[in-house]
Design a protein around this ligand. Structure first.
Ligand SMILES: C[S@@+](CC[C@H](N)C(=O)[O-])C[C@H]1O[C@@H](n2cnc3c(N)ncnc32)[C@H](O)[C@@H]1O
Length: 216
């Protein structure tokens, strides 16, 4: 089964939802703040025209974390523009995840976020369902790609494990230890393959001198 088929974080706002069980991930997102601010500074340094800035978060999930990275980026743009007495750019915010993600929750949060940007020139927002291991955006169209805690999701169970019928988790401790090197090798090979596809795909979608922040 590929990861695009039916995996998703727990929906809604209930006790077991991702919205209420993602404070550790949120702390990680907050640690990315300075990287995102740096990326915005680099965007302005490396090109003269900043009329339209397109920001994408890949693997946004749902709940408050879905908006955290893009909010940081948009705040950094507004601060940069006000510090340099520039007119704020037109900003598009694109949120991506797999099709079974709780996009109803994301849509409500995205709308509230869009309303909160009214005073500075409203951001345009959109949801982009699909796998980030495939093409998501038109070529040469995105200025900043963000992602947190998502690239560790592989596109599929490694082929070698499927062929050898090795389960994702062996209950038998002895078998688990014996197969460990094979399993580690299979997962790292799959990661290398997926990550190369991810980078090549994003490279086509990013504008020249576009920026990305996905430290893990
Ligand atoms: C742990 S959550 C991270 C959510 C949020 N970015 C955060 O830091 O809290 C991982 C998210 O990545 C999404 N994801 C996994 N593989 C994906 C893929 N191939 N394409 C798009 N999204 C993917 C999952 O559906 C899930 O919502």
């Amino acid at each position: 089964m590929s990861s695009g088929q039916s995996l998703h974080m727990n929906r809604g706002e209930g006790e077991a939802s991702y919205a209420r069980n993602s404070t550790t991930q949120n702390a990680g997102q907050n640690r990315m703040k300075h990287l995102i601010q740096e990326a915005i500074t680099n965007l302005w340094k490396n090109t003269n025209t900043h009329k339209n800035i397109v920001i994408a978060d890949l693997g946004c999930s749902a709940g408050p974390n879905a908006l955290t990275l893009v909010k940081t980026a948009v705040d950094a743009i507004f601060h940069h523009c006000s510090d340099h007495k520039e007119i704020a750019s037109e900003i598009s915010v694109l949120l991506n995840d797999l099709p079974d993600n709780d996009f109803n929750d994301v849509a409500k949060r995205l709308y509230a976020f869009q309303q909160s940007t009214q005073d500075c020139g409203p951001a345009v927002t959109a949801i982009v369902p699909g796998s980030f291991y495939k093409k998501l955006f038109t070529s040469n169209s995105v200025n900043l790609v963000l992602s947190s805690h998502s690239l560790n999701w592989l596109s599929q169970v490694p082929e070698d494990l499927k062929k050898s019928r090795i389960p994702v988790y062996d209950k038998d401790e002895g078998l688990r230890q014996a197969r460990r090197p094979f399993v580690v090798q299979a997962f790292s090979q799959q990661f290398r393959k997926d990550f190369a596809i991810f980078l090549n795909t994003r490279a086509k979608e990013l504008v020249p001198n576009g920026q990305w922040c996905f430290p893990w």
